[in-house]
Write a protein that binds this ligand. Structure first.
Ligand code: CA
Length: 220
């Protein structure tokens, strides 16, 4: 998933970014409200994590502006312990969920998964795709009931494709989903992950569409 983290607290931001990257997410980190505005205008995010107390532009202003522009991206606000009024204002301004600081990183990751699931119109936490079963919470893939070891990025790439079988995804879009700002990306990074997935799972799960990108063929 590609996530935007908007947080001005350096220590909190760093620990959240590190934890989410370890789960295979691409995380962009905006440190103030203006940077957040620019980021959401320019990149397609799966979920936005939004602190409300921010320099230059408050989180609420960022949120209202984003909804006014018609962006439907799920937004999870991060608020202080005593911020009941903030949470209410945030939800009413178009936030989808909130988390009170200090929060548990496992809970944050679970809420992100839930928001992404709902954003994609999926109710079931586990994704079934023919003989494949993906469990995003456990980061586990089963092929015919047998676990297959995947790296976090391989898992993210596979999930991105099998969530919408038959729908092609461009290489650029896949790259965006796997790598955040400032992360070193080799020009053939996506091909390398696809190659590894085909080697581990078999060639039939990901088809290359020349000049278009990749697609997970629909399964009977
Ligand atoms: Ca803050």
């Amino acid at each position: 998933m590609r996530l935007l983290l908007v947080e001005d607290d350096a220590m909190l931001g760093e620990s959240v970014r590190r934890a989410l990257r370890q789960l295979g997410h691409a995380v962009d980190w905006a440190h103030d409200g203006e940077e957040a505005d620019l980021a959401v205008a320019g990149e397609p995010y799966d979920v936005v994590l939004l602190d409300l107390g921010l320099p230059r532009r408050s989180g609420l202003e960022v949120l209202r502006a984003l909804r006014r522009r018609g962006l439907a991206v799920p937004v999870l606000i991060l608020t202080a312990q005593d911020g009941v009024a903030d949470r209410v204002a945030g939800l009413d301004a178009g936030a989808d969920d909130y988390l009170v600081k200090p929060f548990d990183l496992d809970e944050l990751a679970a809420r992100i998964r839930a928001l992404q699931r709902r954003g994609g119109g999926r109710a079931e936490p586990v994704i079934r795709h023919g003989r494949l079963t993906l469990d995003p919470a456990a980061h586990q893939v089963l092929l015919d009931g047998e676990p297959v070891e995947l790296s976090p990025r391989e898992f993210s790439l596979l999930q991105r494709l099998v969530e919408h079988p038959g729908r092609p995804v461009s290489r650029a879009r896949l790259e965006e989903a796997l790598y955040g700002w400032g992360e070193q990306v080799e020009s053939n990074a996506v091909e390398v992950h696809v190659h590894a997935l085909r080697r581990k799972l078999g060639p039939e799960w990901i088809k290359t569409l020349r000049g278009v990108g990749y697609v997970a063929p629909r399964q009977p």
